[in-house]
Design a protein around this ligand. Structure first.
Ligand code: 6CS
Ligand code: FE
Length: 299
């Protein structure tokens, strides 16, 4: 299959134009969308959309209980799915929760969410990746700038930009506790990065990503074209939807306030994974679903 978004193949970075729509249902069908025209405009223009109070207070309490129970149960577990911080044993992420845990499975396939992502992706969808990210107060570490799509394309063989990430805030997001930062408009440009992907790169990259982090000049350019950097703050229970190629990252957390979220990636069934575009072997199923994913539609 043709590589429309080459990266980690050349020794010079390059900024290319996006070759896929941002919203995959025709805009003439806005009136059938579970989002308002303003929300769709904003997602299309900025590459992300925050919806406050998406989950009720009761739902948030249940979700919080769920993530902390799982964290506690995983404390002494040695598993590739449990990612620890680079310098300590603290849990940074737990992967594949939509599959391994009945409660999170129910959340992942919440009909309100599916209606939105079905519309944005213009097809049935399945979950490509899910994880809980824990960023504890005082010690939580950063995520450097990246486009998720770049990694999924290069390392997982995701052909097109037709996936959307959903982050459910499970603690209040302030500007100062290491919240998600996004570059508005960056979904429209693809930064082809340098560097060759070693085997089993994920063992390192899920602790600290190095490959697929754009060069400083490209990042500066992206921030300039987007008029700066956005930080959606708000209460636990809000959600942020962001397009697979939107450039994002987050700072470390030296405040006393933790920042936790449940993160799920929905991919179009018409965009299923092929062979990695510039990495050797496929990453494991718990990071990049290939088989047996249930498909969900809004019809
Ligand atoms: O590897 C992944 O699939 C995800 N994790 C990181 C650290 N970067 C790319 C992507 O978001
Ligand atoms: Fe990411």
């Amino acid at each position: 299959m043709e590589d429309l978004y080459p990266s980690r193949k050349n020794n010079q970075p390059e900024i290319m134009k996006r070759k896929d729509p941002v919203i995959h249902t025709d805009r003439s069908k806005d009136d059938q969308a579970p989002l308002s025209k303003e929300q769709l405009d904003s997602y299309e223009r900025n590459g992300f959309l925050q919806i406050e109070n998406f989950f009720s207070e009761d739902e948030v309490s249940e979700l919080q209980k769920g993530i902390f129970e799982l964290q506690d149960d995983s404390k002494d577990v040695t598993s590739d799915k449990v990612i620890r911080e680079p310098q300590s044993d603290e849990i940074r992420s737990i992967f594949h929760v939509h599959n391994d845990d009945e409660y999170f499975k129910k959340v992942a396939y919440d009909q309100r969410i599916l209606d939105i992502v079905n519309h944005l992706l213009g097809s049935d969808v399945y979950i490509h990746q899910s994880r809980i990210n824990y960023k504890p107060g005082f010690t939580g570490k950063e995520f450097d700038w990246h486009s998720d799509f770049e990694t999924w394309h290069v390392e997982d063989g995701m052909p097109r930009m037709r996936a959307v990430s959903l982050s459910i805030a499970l603690s209040d997001n302030y500007t100062f506790n290491g919240p998600l930062m996004l570059i508005p408009g960056s979904q429209n440009y693809y930064v082809s990065c340098v560097g060759e992907t070693p085997d089993d790169n994920y063992k390192e990259s899920l602790k600290k990503q190095k490959l697929g982090v754009p060069d400083q000049e490209s990042l500066r350019w992206l921030a300039e074209q987007g008029g700066g950097i956005s930080v959606p703050t708000g209460k636990a229970g809000s959600i942020t939807l962001f397009e697979s190629n939107t450039m994002h990252g987050s700072n470390g957390n030296i405040t006393p306030y933790s920042r936790n979220n449940l993160f799920m990636v929905y991919n179009s069934v018409e965009n299923q994974l092929v062979k990695p575009f510039s990495a050797g072997k496929e990453r494991p199923e718990f990071i990049a679903v290939r088989e047996g994913a249930p498909k969900f539609s809004n019809s």
